[in-house]
Write a protein that binds this ligand. Structure first.
Ligand code: FAD
Ligand code: GLY
Length: 374
């Protein structure tokens, strides 16, 4: 088997798959190395919200990158469908960001003014107006913000579509292959050592999500990257209970999927890779969700799951080349928004490997936290 490539991508999550797709489009010979199976971690646990405006409340490089990435979805959905036949289930009905109390509503109205700088169609809705849009909402909610551009996708299907499209234009994927270390010679990447032998290449992209810190540390680099576990559950309804995503805050949202499931998430538990779903976590989610949509409690239970978000010290991802080791690139730490950011991450990283650096990524560079392990 040929073990020489232009680029080895470590990690078969949504970011690894998107980067592989964009690199293959640029005629690079690429291999994805995945410890287990494609999309087996955060990229299948995600709710798939494209919540640039619900999740990010201030302007800056992350917000601007999120808006750009969100705008890429309609074309990307068509492009991937034409290439692979996979429908990523893009839903563009918008999101309602709920203010549960009058106190929260005061702050939320300030957000409406800020978010209108980016989209004049954003509106504040009072309790009656918001219930006209979504009649299942509790009469106790004070109101909310309508964000027409914050849609959602099916994240596992999007990862599969990126991967399948990449394979169709030359990428190879090796699952059940863990990368143990990165190989260097004279400050230049020479390949990776895996559980299935060495791979030779001059460029490596670390796209291992919450595990990136670990792999980089083993290579002598200390970058603050840690897991934040999120537990979710879903119910299934025969007729739609809600039509749009209901987003209360970062610990409670309901996303109505095309297959009739409503994803309800998610807890935030720091510093654990444990994927068990606990009764305590579920109880909190159920309590919060039924306060918003009381009928939830009578709906058919579907499933539970958990995943780990890759968080960084300052909430910004790492996208860039190592300042000293030529050929070592990182694309990790997308925390709560890795699905939303995946189209643009693929493009920015593929450009970077080709020597073209978009100014937006200077905010995400590795050096901002780089410490060398002695
Ligand atoms: P991952 O998907 O974690 O992939 C990393 C891969 O690397 C894994 O498959 C792992 O097995 C592999 N790996 C690790 N170490 C090695 C090694 N040494 N060798 C080989 N392979 C290795 N984002 C949104 O945009 N919208 C949402 O609505 C949303 N909801 C979320 C809800 C929950 C509950 C969670 C947990 C996350 C959510 N996210 C959401 C965040 C999003 O899921 C992540 O930011 C994104 O999936 C990260 O993708 P990734 O490819 O970087 O990492
Ligand atoms: N973005 C949703 C979550 O991380 O739970």
């Amino acid at each position: 088997m040929n073990q020489s490539y232009d680029v080895a991508i470590i990690g078969g999550g949504i970011n690894g798959a998107s980067i592989a797709y964009q690199l293959s489009k640029r005629d690079k010979k690429v291999i994805i190395l995945e410890k287990k199976q494609l999309a087996c971690q955060a990229s299948s646990a995600a709710a798939g919200m494209l919540a640039a405006q619900a999740e990010i409340e201030q302007d800056g490089p992350l917000f601007q990158m999120a808006l750009k990435s969100q705008a890429m979805f309609p074309d990307m959905a068509n492009e991937l469908f034409e290439l692979t036949g996979i429908d990523i289930e893009l839903v563009q009905k918008g999101m309602l960001k709920i203010a549960e109390t009058e106190e929260i509503a005061i702050e939320a109205k300030q957000q409406v003014l800020f978010q209108r700088n980016w989209d004049s169609k954003i509106q504040w809705l009072d309790s009656a107006e918001i219930r006209e849009m979504e009649p299942a909402l509790s009469p106790n909610v004070a109101g909310g913000m309508y964000l027409p551009n914050d849609g959602h996708v099916q994240p596992e299907k999007l990862t599969a579509a990126f991967a399948k499209a990449a394979v169709q234009i030359g990428t190879q994927i090796r699952e059940n292959t863990e990368v143990l270390s990165i190989l260097f010679k004279n400050g230049q990447v020479k390949g990776v050592k895996t559980t299935n032998g060495d791979i030779h290449c001059e460029q490596v992209v670390v796209a291992t999500g919450a595990w990136a810190g670990q792999l980089l540390r083993e290579s002598g680099l200390d970058v603050p990257l840690y897991p934040v576990k999120g537990e979710c559950f879903s119910i299934k309804t025969e007729t739609p209970l809600i039509n749009r995503t209901i987003f209360s805050d970062k610990r409670c949202y309901l996303v109505p999927k095309r297959n009739g499931e409503i994803y309800i998430g998610a807890t935030m538990i720091e510093n654990t890779f444990d994927l068990n779903v606990t009764p305590g976590g579920l109880a909190t989610l159920i309590e919060r969700a039924t306060k918003l949509i009381p009928e939830i409690k009578d709906m058919a239970w579907e499933r539970v799951w958990a995943g780990v978000r890759p968080q960084t010290g300052d909430g910004l991802p790492y996208i860039g080349e190592h300042p000293e080791w030529k050929g070592l690139f990182v694309a990790a730490g997308h925390f709560r928004n890795g699905i939303l950011l995946s189209p643009i991450t693929g493009k920015l990283v593929a450009d970077l490997l080709g020597g073209k650096q978009d100014p937006i990524i200077s905010a995400f560079k590795l050096e901002r936290h780089l410490e060398t392990v002695q």
